[in-house]
Design a protein around this ligand. Structure first.
Ligand code: CA
Length: 470
């Protein structure tokens, strides 16, 4: 029991890896997140299996895909009687606590379960002076900035824990979720600079699926009041306005990221002060990635790299070599088995995914998966008009099938054939701007990817979309 490590699991909301300097960000610095990378391992191919908040969180907690745990969309709460790894840790005698964003429902059937103590934001919560739902105090309103307050709660709980028993502390930040509201300390950061534009900012989306061209995640879809907090200046051309919108958007995004970075530093410092850093697994991740102007978009949902990729930094000095990297494919469903493996807690056979502990220990694994399965279910949610789709990503290619049903989308630009496909060669086209699907030169690759997609779908217990079933 005394050998069991502690766990500090820090998860932010919509923090793209390309806004972390340890991942080579061209637009910001994150010195404290970089500390985790420098002391541990950076995963360069960590992917979510459904790029949206609640489903990714459910996949992490239960170690199952969304068709198994039932949380396929933002509107599907997590049944809190399901097995989760925090509950298993608690049953094994580990002290557990959750602070911050939950976003998996509220009430007797959906409140957080498996935590000795929890204090969470209702739904998305607010950046400034947020209300919390507290397992001890009920509805509780305190003044301050959300990222600071969540960290304060974590530090207070750490200080008050029983030092003779291991702990698992879940610090779930709201930031940097839309609507990107900075705190006073970072309010004017970047005021005097222009943030670089991404390479694909002017992507015209030619050749991509029609439903992808129609998603409403462009700079012009940002709300001037709630997202940009400004009126649009007079006299701008369309291109000038798009540029102006990007600067407004990305600066606020990076300002709230800066607050996360400061607060991660506070937590790391406390582990050092308490002398428990060597025996504590520190995870930094985000429920999924985000488009930071890439392809002209904000938001996530699509299976494109910027959205699919999760930052994943793991520090555990007793096991993980400092400054190491891993380019094997791991997915959010794998987190559960991995952490339980490291903490020596049994998981039921129904839990999916695979432990990547050997990768953390720097070992090569001969039969490690070379592909992953993705499915976004929240078809045409209205606001973002993003189509449901599924696909496969290998180490070299990506195949995406959009099963948009025109009958389901009145007025949408769906084709007469309800399935549209995209295929990207990620070696020669890492930015995903050339859809090769249907070209004769990729006939064999396409056939192989379709076989792999079907194999993955079967292996995780999911089924292909069929129009007739809807
Ligand atoms: Ca999210």
């Amino acid at each position: 029991m005394t050998d069991r490590p502690n766990l500090l699991f820090i998860m932010s909301d919509d923090h793209a890896a390309h806004a972390i300097s340890a991942y080579g960000s061209r637009i910001n610095e994150t010195p404290n997140l970089d500390r985790i990378a420098a002391r541990g391992m950076r995963f360069d191919r960590a992917y979510c299996t459904n790029s949206i908040c609640a489903p990714s969180r459910a996949a992490i907690l239960t170690g199952t895909y969304n068709h198994v745990n039932g949380v396929t969309t933002l509107d599907t709460p997590l049944d809190n009687t399901l097995w989760t790894f925090p509950q298993a840790l608690r049953d094994a005698g580990v002290q557990t606590a959750l602070f911050g964003k939950w976003h998996l429902g509220h009430g007797p059937d959906a409140d957080p379960a498996g935590f000795d103590r929890w204090r969470v934001l209702p739904g998305q919560g607010h950046y400034h002076n947020p209300v919390f739902i507290d397992s001890e105090a009920g509805i509780d309103e305190v003044g301050g900035y959300v990222t600071d307050l969540i960290t304060d709660d974590c530090l207070e709980w750490l200080d008050g824990r029983n030092p003779d028993r291991p702990f698992a502390l879940f610090c779930h930040h709201k930031a940097p979720h839309r609507t990107w509201e900075p705190d006073a300390a970072h309010f004017t950061m970047y005021d005097d600079v222009e943030i670089p534009f991404p390479d694909t900012f002017r992507d015209d989306l030619v050749g991509r699926a029609e439903v992808v061209q129609a998603v409403r995640m462009r700079m012009m879809d940002l709300d001037p009041v709630t997202d940009l907090k400004s009126t649009v200046p007079d006299g701008l051309t369309l291109d000038e306005e798009i540029d102006w919108r990007y600067q407004r958007y990305i600066k606020d995004y990076l300002r709230v990221v800066a607050s996360i970075d400061d607060n991660v530093g506070r937590l790391l410092d406390r582990l050092d002060q308490l002398g428990i850093a060597d025996n504590t697994i520190v995870v930094y991740t985000s429920d999924q990635g985000f488009f930071l102007g890439d392809h002209g978009w904000f938001d996530k949902r699509l299976m494109y790299e910027e959205s699919l990729m999760m930052p994943l930094l793991i520090q555990y000095p007793d096991v993980v070599k400092a400054g190491s990297t891993c380019d094997e494919i791991v997915v959010n469903v794998d987190f559960c088995r991995t952490l339980m493996d490291l903490m020596d807690v049994e998981v039921p056979a129904e839990v999916q995914g695979r432990s990547f502990r050997p990768l953390l220990e720097g070992e090569g694994v001969d039969d490690w998966p070379t592909s992953m399965y993705y499915r976004y279910w929240m078809h045409n949610d209205g606001a973002h008009a993003c189509p449901a789709h599924y696909g496969v990503r290998t180490r070299t290619h990506k195949l995406i099938g959009y099963y948009n049903d025109p009958l389901d989308q009145p007025g949408a630009r769906g084709p007469s054939n309800p399935m549209e496909w995209e295929l990207f060669d990620l070696v020669n086209d890492p930015l995903e701007v050339n859809n090769l699907f249907g070209r004769p030169e990729v006939e064999q690759v396409t056939a192989d990817l379709l076989v792999e997609l079907a194999r993955l779908q079967q292996s995780v217990g999911d089924e292909p979309y069929r129009v007739a079933e809807r």
